[in-house]
Design a binder for this molecule. Structure first.
Ligand SMILES: NC(=O)c1ccc[n+]([C@@H]2O[C@H](COP(=O)([O-])OP(=O)(O)OC[C@H]3O[C@@H](n4cnc5c(N)ncnc54)[C@H](OP(=O)(O)O)[C@@H]3O)[C@@H](O)[C@H]2O)c1
Length: 278
């Protein structure tokens, strides 16, 4: 809950540029909630005054109750990864329980969310990671089987584990690396959902032809009002049921926000969602 006249620490961005433009200010007025901006225990998917701060304002339609079972850190790690994961699996891939899902890049914030959701809804789940710790965490968070995307023959191993039919849905975190292989792994009618991409890649469109497979992008901020509502309800249900448990990865103090941005791009061996702490 905020109060008028107090000051807080917050990151402000006043120019475009590299992570160094994320500047810490120590004299930002604490925002004060008015009607439709509540001071309750919530998690939010969008803020009005900025989320890299000790206090923030969010409007009523962008907040959801945060279960007492979860910490505020977990609340901070929840929204974009889980909203994206649900949107990718259901609103874009139109996934059905029983289908085989590959979470390609499962050890980070979004991948862990994909694994937890897919497992809770009755999918068969494969996940990939690039470190032994990441592989263990993916297994503990919903995957039935895991594969190391740093091994040269891991695609063949996935192919073998999937059997003749192939993978129904691939939730892809690094499509500029993997899209061409993904098309080969898919089943007839299979779908690749592009969640993450850091550059171009060459593919053979013929790989989609005989399988009538598809490639669809997802951008969580395109969700309609109804779609946000649907996802929010599913996530609150997941907290109540107990399967939705955001996994906290590296923690950075607020003033290290520029370093956090650098590391997010450069580092490997993800172990959940990076968070800023105050
Ligand atoms: N489209 C949207 O609306 C939307 C929403 C949220 C996030 N995203 C994007 O989705 C991507 C993932 O987000 P995140 O929050 O999970 O990031 P993250 O926490 O940084 O995780 C990155 C993931 O990519 C994995 N990875 C590394 N090399 C890989 C490879 N060769 N093949 C497959 N996976 C590989 C990492 O595994 P290891 O570290 O274990 O190697 C890790 O699991 C980011 O690019 C992000 O910007 C998009």
């Amino acid at each position: 809950m905020a109060s008028v006249g107090r000051l807080m620490r917050a990151i402000r961005v006043q120019e475009f540029g590299k992570p160094e433009v994320l500047k810490l200010f120590k004299d930002v007025p604490v925002p004060s909630p008015s009607k439709d901006q509540k001071g309750d225990r919530v998690f939010t998917r969008a803020t009005i005054t900025g989320s890299y701060a000790e206090y923030t304002l969010a409007s009523e339609d962008t907040v959801y109750p945060l279960s007492e079972k979860l910490s505020f850190k977990q609340g901070a790690a929840l929204s974009i990864p889980y909203f994206t994961a649900y949107r990718a699996l259901f609103q874009k891939a139109h996934g059905k329980p029983g289908e085989l899902v590959l979470v390609h890049g499962a050890s980070g914030g979004t991948g862990i969310a994909c694994c937890q959701i897919a497992r809770a809804y009755g999918f068969r789940v494969f996940g990939t990671a690039g470190s032994p710790e990441g592989l263990n965490l993916v297994l503990q968070n919903g995957a039935h089987q895991v594969f190391n995307h740093k091994e040269h023959d891991y695609i063949e191993k996935i192919q073998e584990a999937a059997g003749g039919e192939g993978i129904n849905i691939i939730l892809e975190m690094l499509s500029n690396n993997n899209l061409s292989n993904d098309l080969k792994l898919l089943s007839v009618g299979g779908r690749v959902i592009v969640i993450g991409c850091r550059g171009p890649i060459e593919i053979n469109p013929r790989d989609t032809m005989f399988k009538e497979s598809s490639i669809t992008g997802v951008y969580v901020f395109n969700s309609s009002k109804e779609e946000w509502k649907e996802i929010g309800a599913a996530l609150v249900g997941g907290m109540e049921a107990g399967w939705l448990k955001p996994l906290i990865g590296p923690e950075y103090p607020l003033e290290k926000a520029p370093q956090a941005h650098e590391d997010l791009i450069q580092s490997s061996g993800a172990t959940g969602k990076m968070v800023l702490v105050i």
